[in-house]
Design a protein around this ligand. Sequence first.
Ligand code: ADP
Ligand code: MG
Length: 482
Amino acid sequence: MSQKTSHLLPIIPLPLSEAQLKEIVEKSKDWVLMHGISMRPKTQFDEDGLRFLPFVLIPSVFPRKEFEKACEMQSILNELMHKVAHDRCFFTESLKDIVKVDEFTRNLFRIYETVVAEGLTQRVCLGLLRSDYMVDCSYNNKIKQVEINTFSVSLGGIGTNITAFHRYLLRELGHTDTLKNLPENNALKGLCGGLIEAWKIYANPEAVILFLIAEITYKICDQRLHEFKIREMCPQVRVIRRTFTDIAARASLGPKKQLLIDGCEVAVIYFRTGFAPEHYHSHKEWEARFLMERSLAIKAPSIHYHLAGTKKVQQTLAKPGALEQFLSDPLKVAKVKQIFGGLYSLDSDELGEQAVQMAIDDPEKFVLKPQREGGGNNVYGLEVRDAVKKMKDSEERTAWILMERIRPPLTMGYMVRPGGNKVSQLVEVVSELGIYGVVIGDAENITYSKQVGHILRTKPATANEGSTSSGPGALDSPHLID
Ligand code: ADP
Ligand code: MG
């Protein structure tokens, strides 16, 4: 293993001429804005206005074999996450130290323990998952998993539309020969198909799908794309949008613990908020979460799926012998092992001490991660050393995991961002691929499992993280190369 960096050539000769670039960028901005690749602006917020999301003009290259591997992996990961989510012992053991030091995980775990002790009202779970990968030059350009998301997976709607955008763009530029290398993307249809399937399992044609949302929704387009697609695919289903505050104030449980709000019975709850401590302003939001978890509604995700998506569980699964507890087929185990990079706990034991030392000796080789989602929480570069040194004598360190840093290959791309008429610059970029999965089942059986599409996010090679809504990231499509 070495720390080499490789370069992938762009799919068409770059740079474009200044005149061509100006014309195509102008047109592209309008295309994406008009097809919901947009959000409400965070600065100068306007409920009636949209701004396009940053995007990469020419789709970035991605190795075909690795893309196909990521897609094939998804059915195994669906099975794995479903089984992990239903294994109480595994959870309790994985999270036992974290719950002592991390209040947020402790609150989630308390809800989990209570609903399990009461006996689950709804045994069926709906997992809408996204497994994220980067190609790693240190491992001969093979994909390594960044993380698997089980809560509030987003960009399925926008991802589907960005594929359509890049098809349009390549035609506009006269490169129709390259279209065959843009894989089909039905993420939106697939994710909505999962929500509809769960609604059918609930078997009350009058019941609704509830989107749990924040007080202010910036990412309105991605959410509404789901809502509109559900109506299109299954016209009888009504979607309602409610906040934690609405649930706390007006929701109740019926005689069979049906979740009732504003005259509606809720068949399915799709959480688009609730993954970060700041989403719970007071005990009321926690009570609302508890009420939903105790209810008969099918949750996407239920609390045990939420906990299965924590970074700590990801790290525990990378321990020797862990995967074998869930996957009986050694071939599947081997495939999952291939996508794991180095993952280490910082627990107060011999292995934890070794990890602390590795981080201090060679901090740039690692990323330090807390039990948080949504970006902006990890520690990179030399700061890893400082952070580890600071926490090394406190219990807090058990709330973090150490992960080997992935070194993705560099390629060149034009990033187009909203704001002003700045000329797009050709910059060195790196990409992260997300593969969506849908899984439905109960503790005994999986009744529905699909890989349903993808999203590519690209960021400047110099950036640590690449949020597309608040960071330097941009939406992209993989152009597959052999
Ligand atoms: P979050 O839950 O905040 O999304 P992630 O684990 O996905 O946490 O990390 C956020 C971002 O940080 C990723 O999208 C990726 O760009 C970068 N990142 C995370 N882990 C690694 C890693 N091991 N190597 C390189 N970059 C990483
Ligand atoms: Mg992530």
